[in-house]
Design a protein around this ligand. Structure first.
Ligand code: PLP
Length: 388
């Protein structure tokens, strides 16, 4: 019997090692890993540049409290601000924490302007922002909140795509709109560029903040460093995590000057967030991901994979109902049970992950090779062909 708290229906498999797009199990099988820790290992397993960076840092210093200067943190923050809309960065350890600090900053911003009742955040029903007590009530999904009442107040909700409902829900107390640029757990639901533009305009008109959660869709996954860049807009606050650590736990919140001015020493803090070991890995990830050619290749490979999947959709219209996503953040909405389909893919040595709306998520590493994409497509084709 396991001593682990029973919070996951884990697959009965153990992985001994990973290299690039592949993982190797204890029973000596090789799997094509198109989960990659759920969009975490952006450079695949055991990337040599990341290994070098972490080993080098491990020999110097691992952890220093945030009460002292941490040069590696300052370097990563400067690189992130240079590459994005942001003027400031605060480091955390996970996506949920990064989103929590986004919520805190939105509230504190209006508090610091004397608008103390302007503190509510408007979110999408059944979105996903993490598993802390605040972020589950931001997401408002029954599955996540059941049994965890009393409710954390301060969140209002609208349905994905309901523009009128969204406008109606904005009141004098609304401080910010918080949405995932692409809903990940929710089923790879893309907010079209014109809607993102509309959201920015609406926030300007109502003088409220726009928070875009890029924890899953950010760090190059869509072929731009941050997914909202496709829409050519600038949000006010952006939580990131997952890919920025390439497998090492890092969260961060990016923020513009206007909002950042409300935060003072003591407003927020973290013991582990931004320690030298984490920062050395984050910097090494940026060495690769920020290169224009790298991002262009993500887009090209994403388009290639999506085209192949759309061809499969034509071949098996009762099985694949829709191909969703941007770049290498891809979802297949199925006409058959997604859990069963994922099991069959796994039996054929392809790892994928489920999402809401009967979706199978396909999340290769960002440096995936063409022959690996072709291999995955062949497996999906075979599973569709034989699906009963
Ligand atoms: N926000 C989004 C969009 C996510 O997809 C996730 C995790 O999947 C989170 C927040 C929470 O991140 P973490 O699990 O690192 O707390």
């Amino acid at each position: 019997m396991s001593s682990l708290l029973n919070i996951y229906n884990r697959k009965k498999i153990y992985f001994l090692k990973g290299k690039g797009s592949y993982v190797y199990s204890t029973n000596k099988k090789k799997y094509l890993d198109f989960v990659q820790g759920i969009a975490v290992n952006c450079l695949g397993h055991s990337n040599s540049h990341l290994i070098k960076a972490i080993n080098k840092q491990a020999k110097k210093i691992w952890h220093v409290s945030n009460i002292f200067n941490i040069p590696e943190q300052e370097i990563l923050a400067r690189r992130l601000t240079k590459a994005t809309f942001a003027d400031y960065v605060v480091f955390q350890n996970s996506g949920a924490e990064a989103t929590e600090v986004a919520i805190k900053m939105a509230r504190k911003y209006f508090y610091s302007k004397g608008q103390i009742n302007k503190n509510r955040i408007l979110c999408v029903n059944n979105s996903f922002h993490g598993r802390t007590i605040a972020t589950i009530f931001a997401s408002n999904s029954k599955k996540m909140t059941e049994g965890f009442y009393p409710k954390v107040d301060g969140f209002d909700h609208f349905n994905f795509g309901d523009h009128k409902g969204l406008e109606k829900k904005i009141t004098k107390k609304t401080a910010a709109i918080l949405v995932e640029t692409i809903l990940g757990e929710g089923g790879i639901k893309v907010i079209p560029d014109f809607c993102l533009k509309g959201l920015r305009k609406l926030c300007n008109k109502k003088k409220i903040l726009l928070i875009l959660d890029e924890v899953q869709c950010g760090i190059g996954r869509t072929g731009k460093f941050l997914a909202f860049e496709h829409a050519k807009i600038k949000p006010d606050i952006v939580p990131i995590a997952k890919g920025i650590g390439g497998g090492f736990p890092i969260g961060a919140c990016l923020v513009n000057k206007k909002v950042a001015s409300c935060m003072k020493p003591g407003s927020h803090g973290t013991t582990f967030g931004g320690n030298p070991l984490a920062m050395s890995v984050g910097n090494a990830v940026l060495d690769i991901v920020l290169k224009k050619k790298f991002l262009n290749d993500v887009k090209k490979n994403g388009d290639y994979l999506q085209l192949k999947l759309k061809n499969l959709q034509k071949k098996y219209p009762n099985i694949i109902k829709e191909v969703r996503g941007v770049g290498l953040l891809i979802g297949l909405k199925l006409g058959v049970n997604n859990v069963k389909f994922i099991e069959k893919l796994m039996k054929n040595y392809l790892l994928t992950a489920k999402a809401s709306e009967n979706v199978v998520r396909i999340l290769p590493p960002l440096n995936v090779k063409r022959n690996e994409i072709n291999e995955a497509v062949e497996i999906i084709d075979k599973v569709c062909k034989n699906f009963k």
